[in-house]
Design a protein around this ligand. Structure first.
Ligand code: IMP
Length: 428
């Protein structure tokens, strides 16, 4: 029963596409198990570039069944917008399956996401403003709207009435916005019902049966380890479980089905939104990483914060997720630096700490302690084996592997699909 988990080891945008490309058409199912259209991945196939926010990357691989799992929150307008965009470019999206238990993002939650952030002022999270947080809050508060509710108008109306009874107080009395009509929301959701219905299934059952047939299921995580609501840099996190445990919950498969956990880490670190980031560079080096690495958000276009590789974070991600394979991306971006700092520990109020700080205060006080590795000037983009890399780049990778807690199985050396050093197969 080979279920493979693929997730980000840092704060997101690590470039999961590299690993999906290596697995490619050998997969039977690709499941998105958490998050919504706060994610963003760009897939380059030949001269075509596809920016996906909500659909699992498997939608682009012929023969693979893409699944939106129960752990996802769906903006239906975005879903059909992405489907239409792909169909217009000749991509067949008819295989898509959507969980009946996934929650939908009603427009009032987009409004609430934005006004809440404004209200928080300097304490804002820096969310993507897509209504993700409020929709997960509704799920936990048991006032959420699920995909299946769209197929029973009476139930849908009751649920929307229940939700709005609370939300309208908040919108009107706290945020000084207009109240939202029940009909408005019901109509907005029902408008998608007929088109959605044929895609909807009991996806947990579907995946359980597929694993029993020994098919290969890839569970693709949105966001990343340090954005996980339980294990990330709370409260500066997303509202779902982006770590390996969340894959089982968000897809409805048992933990024992998972045979491999592949984590993606950039050869440096980036983050969007607010929150602690010990190795962040607010200088010329940071700007250079941003420009050379083209570090601007796929979803919001925001410039990403950039910093050096952080070993305590890498070890944490290995432990929390049980990582079996690390894929290091964007090594080529580091070409040209005379020496490359790597954070090996933190100085927290005068104490040397090698693990992630236990408290938020500790995280905010953490200053990186660096070891400096020799840089290289050679172009890496045509390297396909470890031996093709210049000695200094190889030493950098070896250093990271020794200290990150997981073996490195592939290394990205350029944006193209084939610009990858493959050390071992990610499937067998
Ligand atoms: P939300 O997920 O929109 O609620 O945003 C919460 C935090 O997660 C913010 O700091 C976002 O910038 C961050 N975030 C959400 N999705 C992604 C992603 O796909 N990549 C990187 N950061 C993300």
């Amino acid at each position: 029963m080979p279920a493979i988990v693929l997730l980000g080891a840092q704060w997101g945008d690590e470039g999961k596409g590299k690993a999906t490309d290596l697995l490619g058409s050998r997969l039977d199912y690709v499941v998105k198990f958490n998050g919504g259209n706060n994610a963003g991945h760009t897939v380059v196939i030949g001269t075509e570039k596809y920016a996906l926010h909500l659909l699992p990357s498997g939608i682009l691989t012929p023969g693979v069944v893409p699944v939106i799992g129960n752990g996802v929150v769906i903006d239906l307008g975005v879903l059909f917008g992405e489907i239409d965009g792909l169909e217009a470019r000749g991509v067949d999206t008819s295989r898509l399956v959507v969980s009946a238990n996934a929650h939908v993002i009603p427009s009032y939650n987009r409004t609430l996401d934005k006004v809440t952030e404004r209200f928080l002022g300097s304490r804002r999270i820096g969310t993507t403003g897509r209504g993700i947080g409020p929709t997960y809050s509704d799920k936990m508060s048991r006032v959420g709207i699920r995909v299946q509710d769209l197929f029973d108008e009476k139930i849908l109306r009751q649920k929307v009435e229940g939700a709005l009874a609370q939300k309208n107080h908040l919108l009107v009395k706290v945020y000084n916005r207009r109240a939202i009509e029940v009909d408005e929301v019901v109509d907005e959701l029902l408008a998608h019902a007929d088109r959605l219905r044929p895609m909807v299934a009991d996806t947990s059952l579907l995946l359980g049966e597929s694993l029993a047939r020994d098919e290969v299921v890839l569970l693709e995580g949105g966001q990343a380890t340090l954005l996980d609501v339980d294990h990330g840099t709370y409260p500066f996190v997303t509202s779902s479980n982006a770590t390996a445990g969340g894959a089982c919950t968000g897809a409805g498969i048992p933990p024992m089905a998972v045979t491999r956990v592949i984590a993606i880490a950039k050869a440096y670190v980036t983050r969007v939104g607010e929150g602690p980031f010990p190795t962040e560079l607010c200088d010329e080096d940071g700007e250079n990483l941003r420009q050379i690495g083209r570090e601007f958000g796929t979803t919001t276009g925001r410039p990403r914060r950039c910093g050096w590789y952080d070993l305590p974070i890498a070890r944490y991600a290995s432990r929390i997720n049980g990582v079996t394979d690390l894929v290091l991306t964007k090594l080529d971006v580091l070409t040209g630096w005379e020496r490359i700092p790597v954070c090996v520990a933190y100085d927290i109020d005068g104490e040397r700490v090698t693990e992630l700080p236990m408290t938020q205060t500790g995280f905010h006080h953490a200053k990186p302690i660096y070891e400096y590795l020799q840089g290289w000037t050679e172009d890496l983009s045509s390297a396909r084996t470890l031996a093709d890399l210049p000695a200094a780049a190889r030493s950098y990778v070896e250093f990271l592997e020794e200290r990150s807690g997981s073996r490195i199985s592939a290394i990205g050396v350029g944006p193209e699909r084939d610009q990858t050093v493959v050390i071992r197969d990610l499937l067998n």
